[in-house]
Ligand binder design. Structure first.
Ligand code: NAD
Length: 499
């Protein structure tokens, strides 16, 4: 099958899929020790897809033991980086071969449109390849000593890494974590979200096929308060790399403090401002981008451009244009390659989004479009693209991460006001800036409290640049060679010599 697959092709492929539903511990697929399972629901239809092993303490302890043993054996941790490179490239190749299946698993699991899942697969595979290709080009240092000594600065893997990931980009977030962690030589235990465990389990099959040694990559599906918490409290996990909400990120830091002071890298939530100045080049193109920035992936994106800040001179016209584009982005069947938006991940998130919308109306924001649930498929969870104008920083919808297709529009008159509005947030993940004035672009970019600033684009970037936040959006950096640094430790070896 090719990238030009039709709606009917995807439906047929979905009907033929089988699911791996067991945990991957050691080198075996196993049920949870407790025998417990949890249901996996397709949010596009509300129907159950499968029941997956629900891991808890006992399973995580076993996985940690395998991971530690693998690390100490050295079959991966001490393998020449060039050999790790080969194994990871084989994994990337297998992911490429099975990309339609992996994409479909994510779409069925969490409701995103299939075209978007295919884009995620390209990103995930590219990430595994990038890290594989980078690891045998990383050098240590020789310290500037006198002749009577030799100081070596080596980079060594950390040991056992627990990766806890969310459901909004299941395979891509997984790749961003395991790519650098594995390349650096660590043993990795992946805890996928309980809302999207299926692609991670398929990935475990592929890792096995690619020849990753026993205990080097394991998957423990389960809930946050069981499997996730057990990983976070383990005395033998050296590092937690987490993507998810700020609230859970704070808990993980506490768990690290209560246990073994493991390193904790956090990629958390956001309420990202998108600043549109009146001098931007093509108002209509910018309006389309602004709509995509919030409605892509149903707004379930950490860097969703959820706060649109528009210079008041062009605000009315600009908002009208955003409304026109929003109209073309209505949710549809996630298996239809033409759907721009799919289903909301589950009933809980669906209700949460609708509650925020109700609050926005009550707070006095002007609802310009959307604001209600829609039903392209009966039984599924869908929300229409929603735009509120006249939002103020005091309003809850202007401050909190909604994680749904809800845009809050603010107006500003001056650059200073725009910067102050943009920075008035507990988050600092991403910001957008649309202008033709290079002096303004540099001035404003530098003053935005944000891990990344997108200038005349939204969500631009590739594997060559780091991704992460400041403030309560977290402290970690995914992607680029900087992410490799997070998964290794500096070691000094000082030798006395007889010159
Ligand atoms: P979440 O925090 O609810 O869950 C994330 C993961 O943490 C899941 O695997 C979950 O099972 C686990 N978890 C939950 N409670 C836990 C606990 N007590 N101990 C250990 N693990 C626990 O987040 P979510 O709803 O899955 O994802 C949405 C959030 O993720 C949003 O806030 C979004 O902004 C954020 N996100 C951030 C980025 C980024 O790069 N900054 C990217 C994607 C998503």
């Amino acid at each position: 099958m090719t990238a030009s697959m039709t709606h009917a092709d995807w439906q047929r492929l979905a009907g033929e899929l089988t699911y791996e539903t067991r945990a991957f511990i050691g080198q075996r697929f196993v049920e949870a020790a407790s025998g417990q399972r949890f249901p996996v629901i397709n949010p596009a239809t509300g129907e159950q897809l499968a029941e997956v092993a629900s891991c808890d303490n006992a399973d995580v302890e076993l996985a940690v033991r395998h991971a530690r043993e693998a690390f100490e054996r050295g079959g991966w941790s001490r393998l020449a980086p060039g050999k790790r490179r080969q194994a990871m490239l084989r994994l990337a190749e297998l992911m490429e071969t099975h990309k339609h299946e992996l994409a479909l698993l994510d779409t069925l699991d969490m409701g995103k449109p299939i075209s978007s899942s295919l884009g995620d697969m390209a990103g995930a595979i590219g990430c595994i390849r990038y890290n594989a290709e980078t690891i045998d080009k990383v050098y240590g240092e020789v310290a500037p000593t006198g002749e009577d000594s030799l100081g070596l600065v080596l980079r060594e893997p950390l040991g056992v890494v627990g990766s806890i990931v969310p459901w909004n980009f299941p395979m891509m977030m997984t790749a961003w974590k395991i790519g650098p962690a594995l390349a650096a030589g660590n043993s990795v235990i992946l805890k996928p979200s309980e809302k999207s465990p299926l692609s991670a389990l398929r990935l475990a099959q592929l890792a096995q096929e690619a020849g990753l040694p026993e205990g080097v990559f394991q998957v423990v599906p389960g809930f946050g308060h069981t499997a996730g918490k057990a990983l976070a409290l383990s005395m033998d996990v050296d590092c937690l790399s987490f993507t998810g909400s700020t609230g859970v990120g704070k808990q993980l830091m506490q768990y690290a403090g209560q246990s073994n002071l493991k390193r904790v890298y956090l990629e958390c939530g956001g309420k990202s401002p998108n600043l549109v100045f009146a001098d931007c080049k093509d108002l209509d193109a910018v309006a389309r981008n602004a709509a995509e920035a919030i409605f892509h992936n149903q707004g379930e994106v950490c860097i969703a451009g959820s706060r649109l800040l528009v210079e008041n001179r062009v605000r009315d016209e600009f908002v009208e244009r955003v409304l026109v584009h929003a109209e073309t982005m209505q949710p549809g069947d996630p298996l239809d390659p033409d759907s721009f938006m799919g289903a909301i991940v589950d009933e809980v998130q669906h209700k949460r989004i609708l509650d925020y919308i109700r609050q926005g109306v009550e707070e006095g924001a002007r609802l310009r479009t959307g604001g209600q649930a829609v039903s392209p498929i009966a039984g599924g969870y869908y929300v229409a693209p929603t735009v509120f104008d006249g939002v103020t920083p005091q309003m809850i919808i202007g401050r909190e991460e909604i994680f749904g297709p809800v845009l809050s529009v603010f107006g500003f008159d001056s650059e200073e006001e725009a910067i102050a509005l943009a920075n008035d947030s507990e988050y600092g993940l991403a910001a957008g800036l649309w202008s033709q004035d290079i002096d303004r672009i540099m001035r404003v970019s530098r003053r935005l409290h944000s891990g990344q600033v997108f200038v005349n684009n939204w969500a631009g970037g590739d594997m060559t640049v780091p991704f992460g936040g400041v403030k309560q959006s977290g402290n970690g950096r995914d992607k680029s060679h900087h992410s490799l640094e997070e998964y290794s430790e500096l070691k000094t070896v000082w030798m006395s010599l007889n010159p």
